[in-house]
Design a protein around this ligand. Structure first.
Ligand code: G3P
Ligand code: CA
Length: 226
C-alpha cells in the first residue's frame, strides 16, 4: 500500500504548516501529516519550514530571534497564526499520524518531551509519530533518548555511505528527494529493512514513476493526487 503524506499539511490547498492546512490534510484522508519543527527565542517548538519568517508570513527576520508572542502577531496566510507543535497535534487529534521534521539543531530533546507527554497523558501512541531530519546527528540524539519512536533519515542526493548512517540511528525509513531517486536506492533501502518515503511529488506523472520504482510512501502538497 502506498502511504500518503500530506506535505506541510496540504500545502497545495492551504497556507503551509498552518492549522488550516492540517485540517485540510485530515479531510483528504492522508495517512501521515508532515510538518516542520523550529524553536523560537522563548524556547517553544513551533511549526515553520524556514529559519526566517519572511517567505510564509507578513513579518521579517529569524525565528530564533522572536518570542512566541511576537510570532503570534504574524499572519501565516489567510489570517492563520504560526502554530506551536502542541496546537498542531491537538488539531490533528490522531486523525492522521504525524511526521515531525526537525529543522533546528538541538530540537530533539524538546520534541521528544512533547511527544512523550502526548503518549503519556493524551492517548497518543508511539507509532503515531515519525521523527525525521536532514540532520542525522539530531536523529542520533533522538535515538539516544528513546528506542520507541520511528526515525526517518531525509536525504537530498545519494551520499556515499548513506547506509552506515541510517543503520547507526536504526532508521525506520529513508526519505529521498525525487530528483535523485533510482531503482538501486529503493532496492538497497528495502534490503536493509527500511521503508522508502519520497518527497515532494505534486505532478501525477512523477507520482506514477515513483510508484513504479516500488516506494512505500509519497509526500505531496496535493495528497489526493497520490
Ligand atoms: O520531509 C520531506 C521534505 O519536506 C523535506 O524537504 O525542504 O520540504 O522540508 P523540505
Ligand atoms: Ca519538510
Amino acid at each position: 500500500m502506498m502511504l500518503r503524506f500530506g506535505h506541510r499539511g496540504a500545502a497545495g490547498y492551504e497556507p503551509e504548516n498552518t492549522l488550516r492546512s492540517f485540517k485540510k490534510a485530515v479531510e483528504l484522508n492522508v495517512d501521515w501529516i508532515e510538518l516542520d519543527a523550529q524553536i523560537c527565542k522563548t524556547g517553544e517548538v513551533i511549526v515553520l519550514h524556514d529559519t526566517k519568517v519572511d517567505r510564509t508570513t507578513n513579518g521579517t527576520g529569524y525565528v530564533e530571534d522572536k518570542t512566541l508572542a511576537e510570532l503570534r502577531t504574524l499572519d501565516a496566510g489567510k489570517g492563520e497564526k504560526i502554530p506551536t507543535l502542541e496546537e498542531a497535534l491537538d488539531t490533528i487529534a490522531r486523525k492522521a499520524k504525524v511526521n515531525i521534521e526537525i529543522k533546528r539543531e538541538g530540537a530533539a530533546g524538546k520534541v521528544f518531551e512533547i511527544i512523550n507527554r502526548y503518549v503519556r497523558d493524551k492517548g497518543w501512541q508511539w507509532d503515531d509519530f515519525l521523527i525525521s531530519s536532514f540532520n542525522h546527528y539530531e536523529l542520533l540524539d533522538f535515538r539516544r533518548l528513546t528506542d520507541k519512536v520511528k526515525l526517518g533519515a531525509v536525504i537530498a542526493g545519494i551520499p556515499i555511505g548513506y547506509a552506515e548512517c541510517v543503520e547507526r540511528i536504526r532508521a525506520y525509513s529513508l526519505h529521498p528527494s525525487k530528483e535523485f531517486l533510482n531503482q538501486a536506492l529503493v532496492d538497497d533501502a528495502h534490503k536493509r529493512g527500511m521503508k522508502v518515503f519520497v518527497y515532494t511529488l505534486n505532478e501525477t506523472d512523477d507520482i506514477e514513476k515513483v510508484k513504479k520504482l516500488g516506494a512505500d510512501g509519497i509526500f505531496s502538497n496535493f495528497p489526493d493526487r497520490i
